[in-house]
Design a binder for this molecule. Structure first.
Ligand code: G3H
Ligand code: 13P
Ligand code: ZN
Length: 316
């Protein structure tokens, strides 16, 4: 069942965070649904601009609609990840997305507010909710590149003004995470002091943590042992997710970790079976491994086991 993130956030706020997982193909979608049902978790399925143009956005939408029928027990929202203004309008007009993210965080503050406000007006007119971003994560985003030194943490003093004037429904904050597999050159550090100050300025308001893959070291080691070259890859300590949830984070974005599972499965499979060429053989292993990965991640997020209660909450 496709639902709005607004309801999911109301249920989760202060208690747990909902996993927001990026998808690009059929196998990811099947693994994602299976993993969330196995672990009885609500979730957010998110599509980036790159995912929508990988083949044609209609394929992904069709696959998600099909998954909704094949897995009627699933409760999830469909979200546009890191949208520019034009892509937001395209998703708002499609009547398929529950929410969109407008990412104008690379623009000057007033421009970020103005762009976000325009998207909010268009989205709210159709009952769609909007995530915006204030501050800048390090790493690589599709249309913005920010290196670690230039990452700009969210200024708690600006947060309330930004939310009030833009009208956004949730806010992505920069508190030390970054996108991709190489997040920290030194030890990892999440700025919970900044997060706590933001929560004080915006009590009860849903916050979002991007760049939250944990880049498991055993996964990286297996990839490298099977021919990969991912030396120095490092991520966020997932055991900190629940602390972030208590400080108002209701949505945690994970993409890179899923890509690592895919890479590990396929590298190992073809190394062990050089004679094979049926794509369904590694595909089956990947769907099962990705489902296991999702269930384990939901345990860290605290969304594990919440599905029956979310269903009751939505019916009330
Ligand atoms: O934040 C970016 C997400 O990981 C999506 O990545 O733009 O390569 O699909 P992508
Ligand atoms: P990761 O690269 O850490 O998986 O972050 C994904 C993300 O923030 C998608 O918006
Ligand atoms: Zn992101």
């Amino acid at each position: 069942m496709i639902v709005t993130t607004k309801k999911l956030f109301e249920h989760a706020y202060g208690k747990y965070a909902i996993g927001a997982y990026n998808v690009n193909n059929l196998e990811q979608i099947v693994g994602l649904f299976r993993g969330n049902i196995d672990s009885q978790a609500p979730f957010i399925i998110q599509l980036s601009k790159g995912a929508r143009s990988y083949t044609n956005k209609a394929f992904l939408e069709g696959l998600i609609r099909a998954a909704d029928q094949v897995y009627p027990e699933a409760i999830f929202a469909v979200h546009l990840d890191h949208g520019d203004e034009a892509t937001c309008y395209d998703c708002i007009d499609s009547n398929f997305y529950s929410s969109v993210m407008i990412d104008a965080s690379s623009q000057p503050y007033e421009e970020n507010i103005a762009i976000t406000r325009r998207v909010v007006e268009a989205a709210h007119a159709k009952g769609i909710v909007v995530e915006a971003e204030l501050g800048m994560l390090g790493g690589v985003e599709e249309h913005v590149k920010v290196d670690e030194a230039n990452a700009k943490l969210t200024d708690p003093a600006q947060a309330r003004d930004f939310v009030e004037r833009s009208g956004c429904d949730s806010l992505a904050v920069a508190i030390g995470t970054s996108h991709g597999a190489f997040k920290f050159s030194g030890t990892q550090s999440l700025h919970f002091d900044v997060l706590s100050q933001i929560q004080q300025k915006l009590p009860g308001f849903p916050l979002v943590m991007h760049g939250s893959s944990s880049v498991p070291q055993e996964e990286v080691a297996r990839i490298n042992a099977a021919g990969g070259k991912l030396g120095g890859a490092k991520g966020v300590d997932a055991s900190q997710f629940r602390q972030a949830a208590q400080l108002g984070v209701t949505k945690i974005n994970i993409d890179t970790d899923g890509r690592l599972v895919w890479t590990r499965v396929h590298r190992e499979f073809f190394l062990e079976h050089p004679e094979k060429f049926d794509l369904r053989d590694p595909g089956k292993i990947y769907m099962s491994e990705y489902a296991k990965f999702i269930a384990a991640k939901n345990d860290y997020l605290g969304s594990i086991g919440q599905l029956p209660d979310v269903r009751k909450f939505l019916e009330a």
